[in-house]
Design a protein around this ligand. Structure first.
Ligand code: ATP
Ligand code: MG
Length: 299
């Protein structure tokens, strides 16, 4: 494996995923390239059906790409057999889903839920309990350790779910719409928790979200359209410094990020429909000129 791929948390090279059902073929990922550095906190946004969950599932080793390569924490997922993938899923990634019920066993207490992944690792009962309690403290829900999921609110369940996802010390946390079914106040709390895990543990975190307030708070926002990455927004440094002082309301009003179009390996750029409309471009051909060191695209 090339040396530089070992130093990134995630590298996707030309990922293609085709879903075949009886009568249709859907190309959910269309040659997607992506690099995420160790310790980054990244949001992935995009319209429904653009391929966000498909991408996350590939990174998590839950599904295999039709073509292309994925390297996570220096491991080549493409080269793994099923048994290796199972062990990869256990040791390298942690998952948090939108629906916290999907994350938790209803008949186990919060503490037992966090302990559950540790049952298979040969950890002693005492060490299991200690570790689980530590994680519940980290996620701010240790006072409900003996409650069952059904006795907890959606946000509280999500805190337990995040603790569960951390039980086996993953290198990367993957979250698909983690604030999708909670109110905005709870969403703020969960967002803050992700930021804390990122800064305090140095954990790499990838969050798929529709939640604009969440996207506003992370340093890098990746936009997926039609199975490819079209634009990236990078948070301005001046803004990053103020982040902790600002309330969510102020955050929404501020111009937080700088937007960049992504140039793929074949030097292609995807232009947004809005940009084309604004420029009055409606044909399938454009003129490209270089003027004063700038590239101008016009009708
Ligand atoms: N198992 C599957 N079988 C067939 N088609 C699928 C399957 N999973 C996803 N797709 C299709 O692939 C495309 C991308 O789906 P994906 O779930 O990745 O979108 P998404 O960006 O996560 O959308 P949403 O925001 O609605 O969750 C969609 O057209 C979807 O219908
Ligand atoms: Mg999805």
């Amino acid at each position: 494996m090339p040396e530089e791929k070992k130093n990134d948390a995630v590298v996707c090279d030309g990922l293609v995923k085709i879903f075949k059902t009886e009568d249709v073929e859907v190309m959910a990922l269309q040659g997607l390239d992506l690099r995420i550095g160790k310790g980054e906190l990244v949001a992935i946004i995009g319209k429904s059906g653009s391929g966000k969950s498909t991408l996350l599932n590939m990174i998590g080793g839950l599904d295999r790409p039709t073509a292309g390569r994925i390297y996570v924490d220096g491991q080549d997922l493409f080269a793994m057999n099923e048994a290796q993938l199972v062990s990869y899923r256990r040791s390298t990634v942690g998952f948090v889903w939108q629906n916290s019920a999907q994350n938790l066993f209803p008949y186990l207490t919060a503490l037992q839920n966090v302990e559950a992944p540790l049952y298979f690792t040969g950890t002693s009962e005492k060490a299991r309990k200690e570790k689980a309690m530590e994680l519940l403290e980290l996620t701010g829900i240790s006072h409900r350790a003996s409650s069952y999921p059904g006795q907890l609110s959606g946000g509280e369940q999500q805190r337990v779910a995040i603790a569960v996802s951390l039980a086996l010390d993953p290198k990367i946390l993957l979250a698909d719409e983690p604030t999708g079914s909670v109110d905005s106040k709870t969403s703020d709390m969960i967002q803050d928790l992700f930021r804390k895990l990122n800064t305090e543990l140095g954990l790499t975190i990838i969050i798929v979200t529709h939640d604009i307030s969440l996207a506003n708070k992370v340093s890098r926002v990746i936009m997926v359209s039609d199975g490819k990455i079209s634009t990236e927004k990078i948070m301005k440094e001046s803004y990053m410094k103020k982040l902790d002082e600002l309330s969510t309301e102020n955050l929404k009003e501020m111009d937080s990020h700088e937007e960049y179009s992504v140039l793929d390996k074949a030097r292609r750029v995807q232009l947004s429909e809005d940009a084309l409309k604004e420029a009055g471009i409606d044909s399938h051909m454009v003129k490209v000129e270089v003027k004063d060191g700038k590239i101008i695209i016009s009708k």
